[in-house]
Design a protein around this ligand. Structure first.
Ligand code: CP
Length: 309
């Protein structure tokens, strides 16, 4: 049985096949609209979400399947002390695939260990968010026509932002991809990510000023400061508006430097940027449903990725 816990659970060639499947779903949705007839997806969200939960649910509905689940740990038996291990064993009797978001790093791994159905990690604490990475990459691939030969700037909360950890780990498998990490010193990229880059011989720079990096970038990936992961509200308040991308800062960017953001946005991208043709953060949401349809079909064994080789 196959789970999706980190983006690297798909090899580089499988990832390309998955994107081709998502392309085909976009062009021929009717071919796929009954593939999950009679199947159920459980969405187990112990943390708030707008996009990830509803995008997975939309994906399953588009495939003809049905949805069960809970939008918050507060309305589940977690409040009575039930463990993730016990919950997933129960859910395995109800559903054919499960999507889990949990505040603790490693929760999805635990769920997969005890599950008898495929598990999708929809975010485990500040660790990983693989379906977000797949949709980020599909957005880059569709806008740029490639996933190689580019400089990606990641800006904001690189310490707690799980989306940037997954994106760097996955994109560092592609040829000639360089990274510029733009953060306040307190929110630098964790060592386990930079160690991985060093092991792979990938070059990266770390800077504090966004203005210094912008002219060099092919992709600018903005993130919000993750308030829910701070121990101290004062630190959050001090750092939350460290970066605000506005028209003035964007003036020095390349004409084809696309701006991505996993959303939700707080203040880090001024609304005046939304009309710029390089703003891609709502396009990411569009690709998210298609990529998640491809993930569901693949993990449930309903489509063979090799047919998209
Ligand atoms: N990008 C993302 O994970 O958004 P949600 O928290 O709304 O799911």
């Amino acid at each position: 049985m196959r789970h999706l816990l980190t983006p690297q659970d798909f090899s580089v060639s499988e990832t390309e096949e998955l994107f081709r499947l998502a392309d085909d779903i976009e062009v021929h949705p009717e071919k796929y609209s009954h593939m999950c007839d009679g199947k159920k997806m459980a969405t187990l969200f112990y943390e708030p979400s707008t996009r990830t939960r509803l995008s997975h649910e939309t994906a399953m509905l588009n495939l003809g399947g049905k949805i069960i689940g809970f939008p918050s740990g507060n309305v589940s038996s977690a409040t009575k002390g039930e463990t993730v291990a016990d919950t997933i064993r129960v859910i395995s009797c109800f559903a054919d695939i499960a999507v889990i978001r949990h505040p603790k790093e490693g929760a999805a791994l635990v769920a997969a260990h005890y599950s008898s159905i495929p598990v999708i990690n929809a975010g485990d604490g500040g660790h990983q968010h693989p379906t977000q990475t797949l949709l980020d990459m599909q957005t880059i691939r569709r806008l740029k026509g490639r996933l190689t030969n580019m400089t990606i700037g990641l800006c904001g909360d690189l310490k707690f932002g799980r989306t940037v950890h997954s994106l760097v780990e996955s994109m560092s498998r592609y040829d000639n991809v360089r990274f510029i990490f733009i953060s306040p010193p307190e929110l630098r990229m964790p060592d386990y990510v930079t160690d991985l880059l060093r092991d792979r011989g990938i070059s990266y720079d770390e800077v504090t000023r966004l203005e210094d990096a912008i002219p060099k970038l092919d992709i600018l990936y903005m993130t919000r400061v993750q308030r829910e992961r701070f121990f101290n509200e004062e630190d959050y308040v001090r750092l939350k508006d460290f970066y605000v991308l506005d028209e003035k800062k964007l003036a020095s960017a390349k004409k084809d430097c696309y701006i991505l953001h996993p959303l939700p946005r707080v203040n880090e991208i001024a609304p005046e940027i939304d009309d710029d043709p390089r703003a891609a953060y709502f396009l990411q949401v569009h690709y998210g449903v298609l990529v998640r349809e491809a993930v569901i079909l693949t993990l449930m064994g309903l489509v063979d990725l090799k047919s998209f080789a």
